[in-house]
Design a protein around this ligand. Sequence first.
Ligand SMILES: Cc1cc2nc3c(=O)[nH]c(=O)nc-3n(C[C@H](O)[C@H](O)[C@H](O)COP(=O)(O)OP(=O)(O)OC[C@H]3O[C@@H](n4cnc5c(N)ncnc54)[C@H](O)[C@@H]3O)c2cc1C
Length: 464
Amino acid sequence: MAARPAQELTMKIAIAGAGLAGLAAAWVLAEEGHDVDVFEARRMLGGRAASYEVRTPPAAEAGDAPGQAPPERVDNSQHILMRCCTNLLDFLERTGKSHLVRFYDHFHFIEPGGRRGTLKPGRLPAPLHFAGSFLGLRFLSARDKIAIARGMEAVRREWARGRELDAVTMAEWLRAHGQSDQAVRRFWEPILISAMNERLETISAWHGVGVLYLGFANGRHDYEMGVPTVLLGDLFDGDVWEKHPRIRIHRGAAVEAFETDGGLMTAFRASGQRVAADAFVSALPYERLSPLFPELGLRIDGFRHSPIAGIHLRFDRPVTDLPHAALLDRTLHWYFSRDGGRALSLVVSAAHSLALMKREDIVALAVAELGEFEPRVREATLLSAHVIRETRATFVASPGFESQRPGARTVYSNFFLAGEWTNTGWPSTMEGAVISGYRAAEGILSGKGVGREFVRGRAPLSGR
Ligand SMILES: Cc1cc2nc3c(=O)[nH]c(=O)nc-3n(C[C@H](O)[C@H](O)[C@H](O)COP(=O)(O)OP(=O)(O)OC[C@H]3O[C@@H](n4cnc5c(N)ncnc54)[C@H](O)[C@@H]3O)c2cc1C
């Protein structure tokens, strides 16, 4: 822990919201020797990076899984990160949890019918490190491979154009760079829909090109995929918070109002209590903050959410030998396996088509599609099935959205904004959330004349 600054600099800081943004701000401010109170409406920490206890309903009601299984804890949906998420990794390091993420340097793809392909690094330096395995992928034609290689070269060239790319969607950009429908569906979509959680016809090319550049055209290891080895609740919640001598977590304490006096914030109201402090952070989602604090004048008219569905299936036997795979040409996008291939977390990004479907129909669809990729599913018995649909999973980074994201500073000199929706240079990710928390902390310290930089590394969006 950093040395405590002089006593006169110790501040009392109040933070609204204990998602990753609020937690990241709290941790670094406490490390700097300040007293931090975090007010969280729910009983659990981690916000949208959440684990829930779920029960399989009796078979007669559910129609989705035979028998009655004991309660299970599952993540809302598998969360993944990349090696280039330097701030999230820094936060995990600070909180002693970085060993709970396992990195993979292989990406597996499966076609309906079960044929597999693997993208893995070879001996050539970046950005050619995938050349060997890429040429061997059988689910892409030779013509598509040439077009994709040219597309990746264009990513490297055009990344620096930054803001100019915000005028077009990623789908338009790919078409303009000669990508066929099959190349889009089988190569660009599996990467980008998962990273951006929205259709390529909707997302800005600034974001799409940025994510590709940072992950695949920059450093040799940046693309590596990190998968937590524990549930999100164990990664982001737990004793480490309650035991910290300078952090007090207030669970089930919703912030209800903000008090200001001239250019200063003076207090929050949380669960009926008035909370005065020297400095404040809102790490609330924009749709919560805006109605609570209309005087702030947030311009969120163009802000929208995109849904993610997590489908958690447990079988009586192993159904795969892979840790994860991208699934081509179907509703399901990825699976992540645990327990020796018996438990699979399926992810459907931009899950608009599942919004109105019945739970049991989603489970039936998932099992049927999974059987096309992993034939052992057809012989296995489904022991439990849970569907978690998060309708407000991530913001939609459409063209023009970027210019509307506010920075950390507000008109109140001691009140700062955090949350992945603020101006972080990242899409709606855990990395963006941590950066926003660090920025709010930097703002608070700089207001007291203390220059500290917590944010490290590059962001996908150049030239902002
Ligand atoms: C299903 C799903 C899958 C995802 N997959 C990935 C992934 O693979 N990789 C990735 O990087 N990102 C992923 N994300 C996105 C990532 O989880 C979010 O971008 C990030 O967690 C947002 O953090 P945040 O702190 O900005 O906001 P939030 O997590 O929304 O935190 C805000 C907090 O404020 C609390 N709150 C709300 N109102 C009040 C109030 N009045 N008073 C006090 N507290 C309040 C909320 O309960 C919440 O805890 C996924 C998100 C979802 C939902």
